[in-house]
Design a protein around this ligand. Sequence first.
Ligand SMILES: *Cc1c(COP(=O)(O)O)cnc(C)c1O
Length: 426
Amino acid sequence: MQFENTKEFAQKLDKQDPLRSYRDQFLFPKINNEEVIYFTGNSLGLQPKTSKQYVDEIMQDWANLAVEGHFYAEKPWWDYHERLAGPLSKIVGAKPSEITVMNSLTVNLHLLMVSFYKPEGKRYKIICEEKAFPSDQYMIQSQVRFHGYEQEDAIVEIKKRKGEHNFRTEDILATIKEVGEECALILIGGVNYYTGQVFDMKKITQAGHDIGALVGWDLAHAAGNIALQLHDWDVDFAAWCSYKYMNSGPGNASGCFVHERFHNLKNITRFEGWWGTEKKSRFLMKPDFVPMPNADAWQLSNASVLSLAPYLASLLLFDEVGMESLLKKRNLIVSYLEYILLEIAKEVHGDFEIITPSNPEERGTQLSVFLHGEGRKLFDYLMKNGVVTDWREPNVIRLAPAPFYCSYEDMYNFGQLLKQGINAKK
Ligand SMILES: *Cc1c(COP(=O)(O)O)cnc(C)c1O
């Protein structure tokens, strides 16, 4: 498509957008009495208008039914979490039985490590990417120390080449081969939070299995953002938070994927709790743990339904729209944003360096851009004028035009504000 940097063109794209009505299903903060241009759906997604109603329903059931709500609420609480598995399985490419929702992301990664990081003999190393999201680094470091290893020895980081912004799949595969039978686990973020690079999860998972390692993925920046086929890619386990692209609310519950080949294993190590026991016998308060025959065996506590409610509301929107339409719009709006950035760079004689891969297969919703020569002042200008972005010192801006609620006109307007902001200080 031949793009144009005009309001008319952007509005034309909006008119043709099959998802345009969904913008109205979300609540936008206002600055100067106008809805903001929201680029931080990769950090905290906007609130769907339906979420409050789902939370209110639980508050009402609690008021009217109290403890009886566990069984007699409109959506009974005791198996409320099961409602999320169906819609989530379509988003991440899994069977519903392979999905469970509980706790938060870092907690779940730790819990999954109990089952999937089993260092033994000379096979004890974990391969991850360099400069992984800090929480993932802390989690992996503390895990290897917990098992009695030195983190400098037990953690192998995949490196980028000097002067390059992204990882090369060939280098990742080479590292995996090199570590070989010393590798117990590969655990990488499926989409890099800083650059937006999408990893070749299928190939990397296969390479990990070829050397006899298990392979897990942190999908915090991937779930609801890119096409995933966890089951078919033969991924062992994965976890994600739901408050980024999945719009479930701040700090909200995490989803987990456990491949079905690990269900119903007698001797699997796992930290267990009563919500992981067979439904039929859960309230018989028996001393023996009889696991659910699916990923719910990893559940521990009775579900915190107040946090699952807005997650469910959001997932139903995903279900209605379908990932395919979201990804279609995502590709177009991200390409349009990329075009706008390059046009504005020309107009202001600026040096913008997009560090996210330009190949649409290797990126999702996010573009990370070095605005060379610019600084904090520009960020403040944008913020004051209603552009909510993520700015990292010294001059990296991360822009994620979430296809659910961002418009093409937002992209055009952003370009104009960016130009004004840069010119204002000249
Ligand atoms: C956002 C994010 C987290 C956050 O973890 P919480 O436990 O939800 O605070 C962890 N890892 C990655 C890769 C993330 O992007």
